[in-house]
Design a protein around this ligand. Sequence first.
Ligand SMILES: C[S@@+](CC[C@H](N)C(=O)[O-])C[C@H]1O[C@@H](n2cnc3c(N)ncnc32)[C@H](O)[C@@H]1O
Length: 223
Amino acid sequence: MRSIPYIIRRATFLVKERGIVNSCKFIYSRYGYFLKYRIKLSKVFTPDQLNIQNIYAYKYEPIMHYSFNRMLKGIDWDWKESTFIDIGCGKGAAILLATRYNFKRYIGVELSPLLAEECRKNIRKFIGKKEIDYAVYNCDATKYTIPDDINVFYFFNPFAPPVLKVVMYNIELSLIRNPRKILILYFNAMYLPIVLDSGYKIIYAEKTDPVARYKYGNFALTN
Ligand SMILES: C[S@@+](CC[C@H](N)C(=O)[O-])C[C@H]1O[C@@H](n2cnc3c(N)ncnc32)[C@H](O)[C@@H]1O
């Protein structure tokens, strides 16, 4: 339980940055949205707290539903004919949100065993009796071979350039094996130049996210 002074300091900071309406949206998205499904994924964890021995891993933080939905609604793409992968899926917020778009299949890849297990539990809780095709792998993204039917790649600032470069290379290998049109959804896109250097073009750009205020903006790119 947080102390009252902490809550006041945090609320003041949020309102100064975003204004009252967007602060309320932030609090709802972070703490309320998934709670109505009895799913708790709001707490942020550093790699140290998760016992992750990987210097390139970034902290766990769930995506905000407003940011995710705004981007997907802003893109013309046939979600129902697509397979979605979240590389660095954490507790699964993005996969849960993606199920609302009726993808053919969902994949999560997560380094932390604890988060990967939480992710599986959260998916089962969220979908209830609905049948969906999904798999969550507990492994390092660099060791994961990209299946050749995946066409929607989602990243929420999961790792530093050495890992991102290997993953981009593995995507290229998959495209050589099976040439196809793909979409990259990159939230808080800290290393956008790496993706651009691989030849992808921006088709959606949000430099300032009004609610989440991710520092590096949100972008969708295609080949
Ligand atoms: C910012 S969180 C995003 C969580 C989730 N994708 C979402 O949108 O709610 C980044 C996640 O990437 C994971 N991660 C970091 N390095 C990784 C790696 N090398 N392989 C797989 N997952 C990794 C972290 O453990 C963390 O859960």
